[in-house]
Design a protein around this ligand. Sequence first.
Ligand code: 3HC
Length: 278
Amino acid sequence: MKIAVFGAGTMGSGIAQVFAGKGHTVLLYASSTASAQRHKDKLAASLNKRVAKGKMAQEAADDLMSRVLVEEFEAAADADLVIECVAENMAVKKELLGRLDALCKDEAIFASNTSSLSITEMGQGLKHHLIGMHFFNPVPAMKLVEVIAGGNTPAELVDYIKNLSTEIGKTPVVVNEAPGFVVNKILIPYCNEGVCVLQEGVASAEDIDIAMQLGCNHPMGPLHLGDLIGWDVVLNIMDVLFNETHDSKYRANVLIRKMVRAGKLGIKSGEGFFKYTK
Ligand code: 3HC
């Protein structure tokens, strides 16, 4: 199968890794071919680290990377599946999908890795069918895929994406369209609440995370988790949840807004509530 992944950041690169690891050909796209190539090089470097640690055979890493291709936009014309993971902005996603709608073969399936936006709205006006295929960070490690049916997504397509998710080693759950779907509707307010607890002076950042890790057996606490997701992403999802529902329980803590404005986005910027060295 040929899969075109648009957006080569953390999620797009992880999705490319998973599909290429299962023998599919992946076209990796970013804002330019030079940028896509840089992301491809980063992916190769992360696989090489796994090889060095003895977690992956060199041959398997080389084999996987040989299936990740950087091509011009037009090469997506014969893709069987297009997955968009570009910025969480409806206008940006719609503009890209509109261009792909004109380019791609009729049988191509369009999927969005949106973390909270409406699949129905995103798919409006497209002749290709659109479905939500929501992966979790870090994609190679996280088993879940939320399969989201928009208002116009055919039932057969839901079944097809469920089966495909299983085939690539993930466990699918079918979710009806709702802001944040299942995981982010619960998880993102949880990260926000971690920040509220910090802001109220209940405990230090370190102790909040230790409390949730050891008290609930979570792999990481809410502040480290937000650092992993990126506070810009957390803020964006909180704003979508709030704007769609007007429920005050989804109001983003002002400290998150301040962190984002200061560029303290988490692991990707080197600093969030904790500091990270490369
Ligand atoms: N490639 C392949 N496998 C990888 C990988 C990679 N780049 N990174 C991690 N893994 C896998 C491996 O299978 C590894 O097992 P191995 O040792 O056999 O290779 C396993 O993950 C564990 O990795 P590590 O030993 O490096 O790290 P930890 O044991 O500390 O676990 C973690 C790291 C998986 C991130 C764990 O802390 C965790 O599960 N944290 C919670 C993550 C979470 O909740 N994510 C969801 C965020 S919400 C989201 O994504 C939605 C979005 O819309 C916002």
